[in-house]
Design a protein around this ligand. Structure first.
Ligand code: AMP
Length: 507
């Protein structure tokens, strides 16, 4: 049975206030536990958030001011996230892997009032932080943030915000272009959390394994917001480790992961039907889940992975259903309240099963790119449709298949090649584990198709093996075998790096 969620209509639309309105009345209830048995109650969570909000407000942070955060994943980071929201400020999480040079760009762009970093990086960040107030937060809670906040009151009202005010700016992962700040409102995040909460049938006794990063929409706005809304409870891990997660499955009911979590779990013999018997929901997203992984996971555990699709700009837009058909290779139909359509190259709306660029409309769609009105206008169609840049088709029954990124298209000799089609054919060859197909400059063809493979055994002449499956213009002009495909923290293959690596191949 799903727990009722209060919308507090007409009340404070601050996301913190909305989430906190659903916290258990008994504040001694456990919100999270870590692998080593440390537990945090709702009372402690509210205490941490409240003191941080007090510190921000007392130091002059105004509603709408940005607070940029580059810290390693830790329990303290959750208090910081909530404290920033409670103070009415805009949370700007940054990947801890960013170098000082990359950070300089984000800080200049977001112009935060406050920057919070790991104590070890304070020296490197001081010259970059500019006029922002630099505070530190370490994984054990050490640093100036908590020390300064400790002196201040923890009890305070959330600063009043309306639904359309910003709650967060999330920089896109930028695997196909320059990273842009996606402006997300209180309403965007609240609507997505409440929709998923109902759609995935969350129950008060659910326990989620949280092994995703906290700077990305998946770990922050899907996994964390849902468990805040659900009134607990999480097993909070600093990072994903397959054996550790498998060992924890009997204590949990839900897991959210990127496809690499599932392939790595499958590589462990400890993943068995018994180990997963108490789980009710495995969710995958942020990158395509191979149908083979879906099938192997079901064969091993008896559980079907539920694949959903979303992006930084929209939160979640589609999901396979909890009780209906979980169709491998698809990301399911549009979530309730979300509308989808597919457009052709002239912007014309295509019929079911035709392939084009996916557009999304709904309360989940972001407010625009931070300080990039022209870029925002380019990606929006009249009527509030956002152009995702993902190439997809929608079946007559609404199930969506993602074919790839529009920007990953290869045009070779004037003909379009969808990398996904070539990758699917390559993945089916004996000996091939995974593949990534990119286009690189070619003097004759404009672009040439290059296939990069990981293998378990010698796959032989893969081009010959594909010859009767794919038209000649789609066949790779070069095949490279690598130990591992380059991926970002969310498991997405970084095709930009592969394009760079092979850029001079035909030059
Ligand atoms: P991000 O903004 O980092 O969440 O990346 C969003 C992009 O990830 C989308 O535009 C898709 O290209 C990709 N993506 C997310 N979920 C899926 C999925 N289930 N299948 C295929 N691609 C996905």
């Amino acid at each position: 049975m799903s727990r009722p969620v209060s919308f507090a209509p007409g009340g404070n639309a601050n996301l913190f206030a909305r989430l906190a309105s659903g916290f258990p009345a008994d504040r001694s209830a456990i919100f999270l536990e870590t692998d080593d048995g440390t537990r945090m109650t709702f009372a402690e969570l509210l205490d941490r958030a409240g003191r941080i909000a007090s510190l921000l407000v007392a130091s002059g942070v105004q509603p709408g001011d940005r607070v940029a955060v580059q810290v390693e994943k830790s329990v303290g980071g959750i208090g910081l996230y909530l404290g920033v929201l409670q103070a009415g400020a805009v949370y700007v999480p940054l990947n801890p892997a960013y170098t000082p040079a990359e950070l300089a760009h984000f800080i200049a762009d977001a112009e935060p009032k406050v920057v919070v970093c790991d104590p070890a990086h304070e020296g490197a960040l001081a010259p970059i932080a500019g006029r922002a107030w630099l505070l530190t937060l370490g994984t054990a809670g050490e640093g100036t943030l908590v020390a300064q906040a400790a002196r201040l009151p923890s009890e305070r009202e959330a600063v009043a915000r309306v639904g359309d005010d910003l709650a967060a700016i999330l920089y896109t992962s930028g695997t196909t272009g320059r990273s842009k700040g996606a402006m997300l409102t209180n309403d965007n995040l609240w609507s997505n959390a409440t929709t998923l909460h109902r759609f995935w049938g969350f129950r008060p006794d659910d326990v989620l394994i949280h092994a995703l990063p906290l700077f990305h929409t998946h770990g922050l706005f899907v996994a964390l917001n849902l468990m805040l809304l659900n009134g607990g409870r999480m097993i909070f891990l600093p990072k994903f480790d397959p054996d550790r997660v498998i060992r924890l499955l009997p204590r949990a009911t839900v897991m959210m992961g990127v496809p690499t979590f599932y392939t790595r779990m499958l590589a462990s013999e400890r993943l068995t039907r018994e180990a997963a018997a108490g789980m009710r929901l495995f969710v995958s997203g942020s990158a395509p889940l191979l149908a083979a992984t879906h099938e192997a996971f079901e064969a091993r555990t008896g559980q079907r992975i539920l694949e959903r699709y979303g992006m930084t700009e929209t939160g979640m837009s589609t999901s396979n259903p909890l009780d209906g058909e979980c169709r491998a290779g698809t990301v399911g139909p549009a979530l309730p309240g979300v509308a989808l359509r597919v457009a052709g190259s002239e912007g014309e709306i295509l019929a079911p099963d035709e392939t084009g660029v996916l557009e999304v409309r709904g309360p989940n769609v972001f407010k625009g790119y931070w300080r990039l009105p022209a870029k925002t206008a380019e990606e929006m169609r009249p009527g509030g449709w956002f152009v995702t840049g993902d190439v997809a088709r929608i079946a007559a029954d609404g199930y969506v298949t993602i074919v790839g990124r529009a920007k990953d298209f290869i045009i070779t000799g004037g003909l379009n090649v969808y990398p996904k089609e070539v990758e699917t054919a390559l993945d089916a060859l004996p000996g091939v584990t995974e593949s990534a197909v990119v286009g690189v400059p070619h003097p004759d063809f404009g672009e040439a198709v290059v296939a990069v493979l990981t293998v378990t055994s010698d796959p032989g002449d893969v081009v010959a093996a594909l010859r009767d499956r794919l038209a000649a213009f789609k066949l790779p002009k070069h095949v490279a075998v690598v130990d591992e495909l380059p991926r970002n923290a969310m498991g997405k293959v970084q095709k930009n790096l592969l394009r760079e690596q092979f850029a001079a191949l035909f030059g």
